[in-house]
Design a protein around this ligand. Structure first.
Ligand code: DCP
Ligand code: MG
Ligand code: MN
Length: 338
C-alpha cells in the first residue's frame, strides 16, 4: 500500500477542519443533506491541501469549495471561530441531544427519550439511565471514541492484526480499508478487511468466530465486542481495540471476505459512502446491481424498481474490472471522495 508515509499528517488546516467538522456534525444531526455533502466535500478538499488556506480567494481556488464555504474558511482563520456555531442558539435540550447522539450506537429515538427523561450529561446517563451493555461501553469510552485516530496508529492496529493472524495462517491477507485506504491523515475508526484467496464464505466465517476474534481477545488487543452483522454471506465484526501498553480504546471494524469477493468488498469498504452510493446508482442505471459481494448483470426490476431477479455475477474478485465494466475511469482510493 502506498501513502503510508506521514506526509499528510501535519495538516496546517487542522483548526479550520475542526470547526467545519463541528458544523458538519450539526447538519448531520439535523439531516440537512445538501449541507452535509458540501461540508464533507470542503473538509476532504482541505485535508488534501499542503499549505494553509487563509483567504477567501485561496479557498475558492480549490475545487469543491464554493462561495459561502470560502467565506466561512476565511472567518475561521481570522477569528479562530465561526459565529454561526455560536449563534445556533442551542438550548440545554439541544445540547444534551447532540451529546447523546455522539454515544456509540445511540440513535435519535434513544437520545430523545433520555432528553425527555431529563438527562443532560453523561453523568446522568451513568447514574440514572438503564443502559444496555453496549450503551455502557459507549458512555464509558465516549471520549476515546470521539477522538480521531492518527494515521500512524491506524496502521499499527492493522499490523497487529496481520501479525497475529499470520502466525496461525500465513495465507490470510489483511488490508486496512476505510478512510485510511483513502489516504486520510486521521480516521474515525479502523476498518480492517480480512480475506484468504481460496476461502469460501463458510470457511471465512469459521475463521472469524473460532480463530481470529478469540485470538485477538486473548492477546489483549480486542477489548469489547459491540455488534456482529452476519447475513447470508458476508460478516462484519464491530468492536473496540487497544494497542499493547496503551489505555485508549479505538473503534475497529473487521470485515471478513471470501477470496472471490475481494474486489467488490474492497470497493465497498474503501468508500467513501457517498462515492459508493454513486457507483451503485450508476450500476443500477445500466441494468446491473453493485453491492459489497459483487457486480451483477441482467438484474430484473419491476415497475416499482423492486428487484425481481438477482441477476448473474459479472465480477467480484477484481476491483479494477468493476470500474471497467461500469465504464468508469479507474480512481485510486485517495480520489474516491465525493
Ligand atoms: N460504508 C458505506 N455506507 C455506509 C457506511 C459505510 O458504503 N453507510 C462503507 C464506505 C466506508 C466504509 O464502509 O468508507 C467504512 O465505513 P466507516 O463508517 O468506517 O467510514 P470511513 O472509514 O470512510 O470514515 P471514518 O474515518 O469516519 O471511519
Ligand atoms: Mg472508518
Ligand atoms: Mn468503520
Amino acid at each position: 500500500q502506498k501513502h503510508d508515509s506521514d506526509s499528510a499528517n501535519d495538516n496546517t488546516n487542522s483548526r479550520t477542519i475542526e470547526v467545519l467538522q463541528q458544523m458538519l456534525n450539526y447538519y448531520t444531526q439535523t439531516s440537512d443533506h445538501w449541507r452535509v455533502i458540501a461540508y464533507r466535500k470542503a473538509i476532504g478538499a482541505l485535508r488534501r491541501q499542503r499549505q494553509k488556506i487563509c483567504t477567501k480567494s485561496q479557498a475558492l481556488a480549490i475545487p469543491g469549495i464554493g462561495e459561502r464555504l470560502a467565506d466561512k474558511i476565511e472567518e475561521i482563520v481570522c477569528t479562530n471561530r465561526l459565529r454561526r456555531l455560536e449563534n445556533t442558539n442551542v438550548t440545554d435540550e439541544d445540547r444534551a441531544l447532540r451529546l447523546f447522539l455522539g454515544v456509540y450506537g445511540v440513535g435519535f429515538t434513544q437520545a430523545s427519550k433520555w432528553v425527555a427523561l431529563g438527562y443532560r450529561d453523561l453523568e446522568d446517563l451513568r447514574a440514572k439511565a438503564n443502559l444496555s451493555r453496549n450503551q455502557q461501553i459507549g458512555v464509558e469510552h465516549f471520549h476515546d471514541f470521539q477522538q480521531r485516530i492518527p494515521r500512524a496508529e491506524v496502521k499499527e492496529h492493522g499490523e497487529f492484526v496481520r501479525k497475529e493472524i499470520q502466525k496461525v495462517d500465513a495465507g490470510v491477507e489483511v488490508i486496512v480499508g476505510g478512510s485510511y485506504r483513502r489516504g486520510a491523515a486521521d480516521c474515525g475508526d479502523i476498518d480492517v478487511l480480512i480475506t484468504k484467496p481460496d476461502a469460501s464464505m463458510e470457511q471465512i466465517r469459521t475463521m472469524m468466530m473460532d480463530s481470529v476474534v478469540p485470538i485477538l481477545f486473548q492477546k489483549g488487543f480486542l477489548q469489547a465486542s459491540l455488534a456482529i452483522s452476519s447475513r447470508e454471506s458476508g460478516s462484519k465484526w464491530h468492536g473496540a481495540s487497544a494497542l499493547p501498553g496503551k489505555q485508549i480504546w479505538r473503534r475497529i471494524d473487521l470485515l471478513f471476505v471470501p477470496g472471490d469477493e475481494l474486489g467488490a468488498a474492497l470497493l465497498y469498504f474503501t468508500g467513501n459512502d457517498i462515492f459508493n452510493r454513486s457507483m451503485r446508482l450508476l450500476a443500477r442505471k445500466k441494468g446491473m446491481c453493485l453491492n459489497q459481494h459483487g457486480l451483477y448483470k441482467d438484474v430484473m426490476r419491476g415497475s416499482n424498481q423492486v428487484k425481481i431477479s438477482r441477476g448473474s455475477l459479472f465480477e467480484s474478485r477484481d476491483e479494477k474490472r468493476i470500474f471497467e465494466i461500469l465504464q468508469v475511469p479507474w480512481r485510486p482510493p485517495e480520489h474516491r471522495i465525493c
